[in-house]
Each structure stands twice: as C-alpha cells, then as structure tokens.
Design a protein around this ligand. Structure first.
Ligand code: ZN
Ligand code: ZN
Length: 244
C-alpha cells in the first residue's frame, strides 16, 4: 500500500525515455550491449575473461569482467547515476549487473574472493555523500555471499578524482593516489583473490594502480580481479599496437 501511494505521487520513470514504470524500462534495457569476454590488455577474445599470460605485465590484473559497451546510451545512464537520482539508478543497475555476472563464465571466479569497491576521494565523497560503487559492491556480496571490505582501500584527495579519471587512464600518471588502511593481513590472506568493483574501465590504468598497491602490500602473487560495468571500444588500438 505504501509503495503504491509513493508511486502515485512520485511515479517511477525510465531515466532514458521517460516512460512510466521503471527506472530503466525493458526497451531501454535491450539497448545495453553486452561486451564479449576478452583479455582486458589486448582486447582479444578470452572465453574465461583471463588476461593472457603473454599480455600481462608486473601489476596487471588476472581476470577482468566487463558488463556492457560504453556508448551514448550507457553514458547517459552513467551521467544520471553519478549526478542525479543516484540511489534509484544504482538499484536498477546493480540488479542488471548481477544478472550479467551470473550468466557469465566469470561467476566461477567469484568464490572465496574479497570484494573491494574502487574508492573515490574524500572530497568527491563529501560532495556526493554516496559512493555508488560501495552500494553495488554490497549488493553483489549479498547475492554471491561474499565478504565486502569498503574500508580497506582509499584514494587521496589529489587532483585525480573520478571526473578526471579518464585523463589519468589515458596518459598515465606517476602518482599513485591509492593506499591501504585498516588491513589485517592474516584474515585477508584467507581469501583466494581480491575482486575490485568499478563503473568504467578504459585502459585499465586505474585498476593497475590499485593492483600495484595490493601486490606490494600482500605479495606479488596476490590474485587481483575486477568487475567493471562499462568499457568503450578499444580506441587506442587505432593509434598504437596492442600490448602483446
Ligand atoms: Zn526507457
Ligand atoms: Zn591478451
């Protein structure tokens, strides 16, 4: 009763086409294009989402899942989700994201792993008051019955924050804004891997900065995986050779 009253005064509306009913309607859901399983480094097909050993470098991740193609449609969802009805869109996105993971071969990598959301800087968090990746990570944790640590990884209040992340991903940066706090190595060593959760991946530079911090802290053999919602077409392949 309460819910229908709430719907009467604040009807749910598709954030894309404004149709009443749901935050993302069924027709718009179909426009979300699933990415094929690939090695995130060379962007060639890799059925189990494994990074090819020939592609890997010192701080590369082992296994990276990407949900959907980053295109006009997904960028408008992300814009809304970052700056407006954050919680509403996050709820819909987390359900869709979990469905995509469950249907993929990556689901097998989600055993005895510790889930860690990619942090945003304090400044950014106080502006928004909400880190949507924390919310989505908690939802994944509930469905797959995995532990979540949102207080393990931090991002300094540097000039590198979410909005300029693309720039850092594209050009790289010597500075590593990430660091580990509140670590209890003996309990964290019980997990087989650490799985980072992020919204957009471009080159993978941000995730590798985090992998670097994790591997230096826990040891170079620590398995670091990631679940990312969106990734665009491999724009860098047109200007440079893939990393082989
Ligand atoms: Zn729609
Ligand atoms: Zn590869």
């Amino acid at each position: 009763m309460e819910i229908s009253l709430l719907n009467f005064f604040f009807p749910r509306m598709c954030c894309i086409c404004k149709r009443h009913g749901n935050y993302i309607c069924d027709d718009c859901k179909k426009l979300l294009k699933r990415n094929l399983p690939e090695c995130y480094l060379c962007r060639r097909l890799s059925p189990l989402y494994l990074s090819h050993s020939s592609c890997k470098r010192r701080y590369s991740l082992d296994n990276v899942f990407v949900g959907w193609e980053y295109n006009k449609m997904s960028s408008s969802i992300l814009r809304l989700y970052k700056y407006k009805n954050v919680q509403d869109i996050s709820e819909v996105l987390s359900v869709l994201f979990i469905e995509a993971i469950q249907k993929s071969a990556f689901a097998n990598s989600l055993k005895n792993t510790l889930l860690v959301p990619v942090p945003i800087s304090y400044l950014r968090k106080s502006e928004r008051g909400f880190n949507q990746m924390e919310y989505i990570t908690n939802e994944i944790g509930k469905v797959f019955q995995l532990d979540v640590r949102s207080d393990l990884l931090y991002c300094k209040n540097s000039n590198i924050h979410q909005a300029s992340k693309n720039k850092m991903e594209r050009y790289g940066s010597k500075e590593n804004p990430f660091y580990i706090k509140n670590s209890n190595k003996s309990s964290e060593f019980e997990y087989k891997s650490i799985t980072l959760i992020d919204d957009v991946i471009t080159t993978g530079n941000t995730l590798e900065k985090i992998a670097q911090v994790i591997k230096i802290h826990y040891g170079m053999n620590t398995v670091v995986n990631a679940l990312c919602m969106f990734r665009g077409k491999p724009y860098y392949l047109s200007t440079s050779q893939p990393r082989l």
